[in-house]
Write a protein of this length. Sequence first.
Length: 328
Amino acid sequence: MKYLFVLIPLLLSSCGTGPTTKKLPKNLDSLIVMFPDSTELLIKRGAKFLEEYKHEEALNDAAKAFRLDSSAIENRLLYANVLNNKPQRSVNDVLTAQRHFKFIVEKEKENTKAIVGLASTYSFLQDFETSFIYINNALRIDPKLRDAYILKGSNYLTLGKRDLAKSSYETAVQQDPKFWEGYVWLGALYQAEENPLCIEYYTSAAQLQPKNLDVLYSLAFAKQVFNEEKDAIRIYRKMIQLDNEFHEALFQIGRIYHEQNNIDSATYYYNSSIITNPEYVEAYHNLGLIYEAKGDIENALKNYAKALKYNPTFELSRKQADGLRNKR
């Protein structure tokens, strides 16, 4: 059975946004229309976008605020953080961010957000020795700095030191018990080791993010993997209530019923997942397996053919189809 892996970024995109995101006016967009050159408003909205992983929108606001007033440290800091956290950031983006972080640290030697941001640029450039130097500098200033432990954990993970990575992420969530992403990352690490302790971490994340479909899926899938199928189905159904087109949840319910040999229910959920996603290769393949087990070779081949139509390199369906044809 496959496992769900979570990509752990070098640094949380919320790092460096500062306290300006705590109390946002409900009509922030309207205020910016009225005062388009207000750097304070642009920084507030840009920081909010960054926390929500809306990097393009964040970059627009941060870049404009920086152009309007490059002397303001908070403008430069947000701009550097957005560049440094772009999903498809280039080396040039990171080097530009690094230059801005260095400028801030020269001006404010105890600006821990800039120090950790600077450390993360060295992580991206694979200079982990320098990255750790800056991380430790930040921790000497603030031993409880959550984001320093996050980056330390990501560095260790990249270096293959999984136990140290887990220890660092544990410290991060201890410093910030509401840091739900940290619980997800820990869950992914333990799940990759086939350790059911992952369920506890995913549960903590789900308690903090009860409507986050990605978090719920991680928890449900872990329960499915570790033979807590009843709970897994309950969570998948909650996900469907939140989004009735979440085809992965429908498919996994079908998969559980399939493994329990409840063929009618499995067929229903596989078909339901295909209705929401007509190109769902795995659902066609599993329907093919059901028809093949029933001896309905024609429908089995039809479903394998559909799977291969949408993914010609899907070898599981190709092997099953070739095996059936060879038996004829």
